[in-house]
Ligand binder design. Structure first.
Ligand code: IPE
Ligand code: IPE
Ligand code: MG
Length: 247
């Protein structure tokens, strides 16, 4: 994957009005593979090149937070062969990217049920999270075994536990306290949510956090999603008027 060149239209993006947090539902690897008469697993492999490119672009233009939906709680129901291949691919990605992440001051974070992931993947994730913990140019949040409803259930359980132990009063529960008990604690809500491959749904992603997020759905299949299109979407975002319920 080539990095930036003078042919892209980076200059047309207003860097003073960037979304602080972009979240992406990376969908369509299977359809891309089918279209090219390849296996679904080869589709996922091609998808990981698109991941690398979008991370580089965010770092280059100055987006502070990028959250990538890589594996949902529902995705565990896929055939074991596909799940195993996705986990192996994740491991490979972490191994190959850690050097660049470190050089480019990118910090890795995971949101989701990290405890459900295979041990080798967990070990690699923990290693890269520790390695990059002082970095702050771009926060890369990988949503792994992530589900918005599971996240909310976990938050409710934690709050009730704290109430029972007398650490908090039920009356003290407010939006801020809820935020502090989600996987995304400390991360600003997404400003922009992109979904590739045309599906008009959220698929259990960041349910609480996207209350006022701008949505952009593109028919492009994830492996075909490139820097050019990402910059186009950022420009579209910059033309929008965000009202947050006001006039
Ligand atoms: C997205 O691509 C990747 C994951 C969900 C892990 P899909 O595998 O869902 O691709 P489609 O939707 O079948 O095309
Ligand atoms: C959403 O894609 C999850 C990820 C991109 C990781 P899915 O392909 O799993 O979602 P549905 O099944 O189309 O809703
Ligand atoms: Mg899909």
């Amino acid at each position: 994957m080539s990095s930036s060149s003078s042919s892209d239209n980076l200059s047309e993006v207003d860097t003073s009005n960037l979304p602080s947090h972009v979240a992406i539902i990376m969908d369509g690897n299977g359809r891309w593979a089918k279209k090219h008469r390849l296996s679904r697993i080869q589709g996922h492999e091609k998808g990981s090149d698109a991941v690398r490119a979008v991370v580089r672009t965010c770092r280059e233009i100055g987006v502070s937070h990028l959250t990538l939906y890589a594996f949902s709680t529902e995705n565990w129901q896929r055939p074991k062969k596909e799940v195993d291949a996705l986990m192996a691919l994740l491991n490979k990605f972490l191994r190959s990217e850690q050097k660049e992440m470190q050089e480019k001051n990118i910090r890795l974070n995971v949101i989701g049920q990290i405890e459900r992931l295979p041990q080798d993947v967990r070990r690699e994730l923990n290693k890269v999270m520790t390695l990059t913990e002082k970095n702050n140019a771009l926060y890369l949040h990988l949503a792994l075994s992530y589900g918005g409803r599971a996240e909310i259930v976990r938050m409710v359980q934690e709050l009730i536990k704290k109430c029972k132990m007398g650490q908090i009063q039920p009356e003290a529960i407010n939006e801020q306290l809820i935020n502090e008990h989600l996987y995304t604690q400390g991360i600003p809500d997404p400003d922009l949510l992109i979904r590739t491959s045309g599906e008009m749904r959220i698929s259990n992603f960041l349910l609480w956090q996207i209350a006022y997020t701008e949505l952009y759905i593109t028919p492009t299949l994830w492996p075909d999603f490139d820097k050019q299109e990402f910059l186009q979407i950022l420009k579209d975002y910059q033309r929008r008027e965000r009202r947050f319920g006001r006039v």
